[in-house]
Design a protein around this ligand. Sequence first.
Ligand code: TXA
Ligand code: MG
Length: 329
Amino acid sequence: TWTLDIAAPDWKEAPEADAVCAALMAGDLVAVPTETVYGLAADATNGTACAKIFAAKGRPQFNPLISHVQTLDAALEHGVFNERALALAEAFWPGPLTLVVPKRPASPISDLATAGLQTVALRVPVGPVMRFLAEKTGRPLAAPSANRSGKISPTRAEDVVADLGPSLSFVIDAGACAVGIESTIVGLVDGTPRLLRPGGLAREDIERVLGQSLQGASPDMRPDAPAAPGMLTSHYAPDAAMILNASEVNATDGLLSFGADRLPGADSAQAEFNLSPAGDLAEAAANLFRAMRFLDAKGVRVIKVQFIPSFGLGEAINDRLRRAAAPRD
Ligand code: TXA
Ligand code: MG
């Protein structure tokens, strides 16, 4: 683990920086903090390195990966940006937004990173470490969340170590992620801007810049989409069962609360985590995955979740909660 204080002016000069870049260039996996969640990063142009990501995560299928780059200019080498894509990139990069655009045939990003699609998912994160590594290695960095497939995404380095430690050559620890929930993914491929995954940037902010509303994903553009309505893929799953929009709490329950209102029985819960006593959705998003891990570690069998509104970041929070509550195989 390389513990890094990104507030210190000289972190880029630390000897570990060279070692991490050498590891990436050699095709090894490195856990890298971003503002959303910790990513499991590899050289996106190296198919063998990308294959190691799938193996380490235990991903059942070769879902396409997000490639992280340092600037919009770097992104333009890999994807074709129409006017709307440019407007979103200029408004929100660096930030918790991933754009899926047509892939340039000349882009060296491996077919394993794009799952053989003609499109590519690109993101310029706020978190400076990923951008620094992409710039220093001169490679786009493929990175899914650094957790075992289907489990809770990591927002702290210790979560990554607990989940994936042995398959990594480095874990870079820069503290807790500020956003705490994965990036919003917007598809700009077929003339219709589509919300492929709600995330750390609210739909309303994107629609304001576009001057139009985002459509849903067409099935062929969302490899992880439910096969049929009502059949949500289980994802972000704690060991405990999850019950959403709970109306009461029992003494054996874990409670994921939100805001100042108390559910009947709330004070008797075996363990409780309030995502935001003030009812702030950004604070709730930042705490969500840590809270699920916390309640899971208490050994409760059921986690009751208090109602959380679905506007702003609430859309992504409720998406993750529904997946966490979905039937497991
Ligand atoms: O915040 C994030 O987005 C984090 C950090 C590390 O950047 N990354 C992340 O990656 O959440 P991951 O692999 O867990 O989610 C990537 C998702 C895939 O499941 C897939 O649905 C979508 O991005 N995706 C990637 N490429 C795509 C493409 N060409 N077309 C459609 N969807 C794509
Ligand atoms: Mg993930």
